[in-house]
Design a protein around this ligand. Sequence first.
Ligand SMILES: [Ca+2]
Ligand SMILES: [Ca+2]
Ligand SMILES: [Ca+2]
Ligand SMILES: [Ca+2]
Length: 261
Amino acid sequence: MGVMAIPGILISLSFMVGFPDFSSGTWTVPEQAPDGSCWVMLYKADDPIKWTDASSLAVNAGGKLSISDSSSMNAFLFGVASGADLQPCDGPWMGAQRNATATTTPLTDNWQWVDGTSMVYSAWTNDQPNGSQWLTWSLRLDANPDVLETWAATWASPDAGKLVYSLLASFATPPDCDANGVPDALDIAETPELDGDLDGFIDSCCPGDLTGDSVVNVDDILHVLSVFNGQGGDLDGNGVTDVDDLLAVLGNYGCTPSLSR
Ligand SMILES: [Ca+2]
Ligand SMILES: [Ca+2]
Ligand SMILES: [Ca+2]
Ligand SMILES: [Ca+2]
């Protein structure tokens, strides 16, 4: 694991009017969660970014800011972050916020993940979250190596004021099928011809590849079955791994990437 540098490749995101320029940052090589529920890439920015922009970038990249709803997922995400050579205060941002309230309810309450679910599992650093209930708070991992060793530190910072240098994004399917170090949704946004059939996947790739080995075979069928009714095999983007996704894998069975790419 680690940050994949892409010399010579600059992605223009000028189509996103008013959106910060993320062209000079780097994405880590995608890693699949141990439970198969998602793939994760960490984006490391040259300039600090606020949570709302990080969330927009994750969505534009075809995913969403990462959700950590179990100790095993948290350990996995920490693993991705710890392999990215982050400094203390670098982040990364994660996919939860707590909206400002006029009440004095504990700041551990009222957190919501970007998929709309409430925060049940949490792994706050000691004394976190703290601060004012009048502010909106956003979730980030603590990249402090001392805290990383404990595998138990996610905490908050204000949305507007605090900037960090990275984010964790989760994807339903392997996010970088052409292995150019950039999420494919950003590749397609930059060069729409890559997806001539408009199915959301780069045409030279294999839409049924859920294991990230660039071929659609029995392993991908087994993967669909292993995450059936859950996350991790949602090829048609309806939010769940279902029979339509199984049919998509079967429809692309045997696909290997085009040699033209
Ligand atoms: Ca790509
Ligand atoms: Ca396509
Ligand atoms: Ca595969
Ligand atoms: Ca589906």
